[in-house]
Design a protein around this ligand. Sequence first.
Ligand code: KG4
Ligand code: ZN
Length: 325
Amino acid sequence: MSLTLGIETSCDETSVAVVEDGRKVLANVIHSQVDLHRDFGGVVPELAARDHLERLPGLLDLALEKASVQPRDLDLVAVTRGPGLVGCLLVGVGVGEGLAAAWDKPLTGVNHLWGHIYAAMLSRPDLEPPLLGLVVSGAHSDLVRMPEQGRFVVLGRTRDDAAGEAFDKAARMLGLGFPGGPALDRLARKGDPDRRPLPRPSLPGLEYSFSGLKTALLYRLRDLGDSVTEQDKADLAAAFERSVVESLLEKLDRALNEQPATEIVVAGGVAANTLLRRRAGEVVGHRARLTMPPLELCTDNAAMIAAAGYYGARHAANVDPSLSW
Ligand code: KG4
Ligand code: ZN
C-alpha cells in the first residue's frame, strides 16, 4: 500500500488530500475562496495566494485526521506545479517542499491538467488508459489522447477563451455575478434555447473558439437594451450553454471518429455543467464508455493531484510536467 498526500493551490480552491495507491480517496478537504473574491467579480491573485497560505496548515491537519494517517505513514507528497496563478502555485509548492523535507519524503510536482483526467480514475478504479480525454476548465478546453499512464498527446485546444472562461464572461454580461459558470447553469434550466438562439462556433479540425459566441451574446443583449426581461436572460443563458456544449461535443465526436477509443473521460470544472453531463453520454453512445467524475471531483481538488502524482512519479519520472501537457 502506498499513501500520497496531495496539495492543490493553483487558483481559488485550497485543498489537501490523502489517496491510497493512486485510486482510493481517504480524505479530500477543500476550501473554496468564492466568498473572498465575490465582491471583485473574479479571482484576485494576491488575495488568493495569501488565503492559501493561511488555510493550508489547518486543512493539512484536517486531511490527516480524516484519513487517520500520520505523516510518517506517507510515501509521497504531490503538489500542483502548474498551470495556474503563479503566486498561488508558489504557496503550494513552498509548503510541499517544506513538508517533504521535514518528513523526509519524496516530492513530485504535478500538472494540474493531468489531475483533472486522473479525477476520473478516482471515480472508476478499473479505468485504465488508453483513453480519449476532454478537459474543460476555467483556463483550458483541451482534447487529449492518453496512450498510457503518465503520457498525454494534445489533439486540439481553444484558440481564444476556454469554455469555463466563456461561461464566466457570459454570466457577467447577464448580471449573474461570480462564480459565473454554476450561476449560468442554474439560469439556463429556466430558459428555452430556441427562443433566442445563438450561433454554434465552428472551426475546422479539433480546435475550439468561443470569442465569437461571446460577442454574439453581447450584441443580443445590446439590442434588447433596457427592455430585457428575466425570461430573455434565461433564454439567452440556455442558448449560450447549448452552443458551448454542442461545440465541445462536436469535436469530441470528431476525435472519437478519427481516433477510436474504448474509454472517454470528460473532466474539469465545466464537466459539472448539467447540459454537458446529459449530452455527453448521448454523443458517445455505444462507441465507448464515458466517465465523468462526480461533481466534487470535477472542480479543483487535491485528491486528483495526489492520484496524478502517484502515477506521474511511477511512469513519467523524466517528463517535466510543469505547464502544458
Ligand atoms: O477546473 P476548475 O475548477 O478550475 C480551473 O482549473 O480552472 O474550473 C473552473 C471553471 C470556472 O470557469 C467555472 O465557471 C466552471 O468551471 N464551472 C462551470 C460549472 N461549474 C463550474 N461551468 C458551467 N457549468 C457549471 N455547472
Ligand atoms: Zn482545474
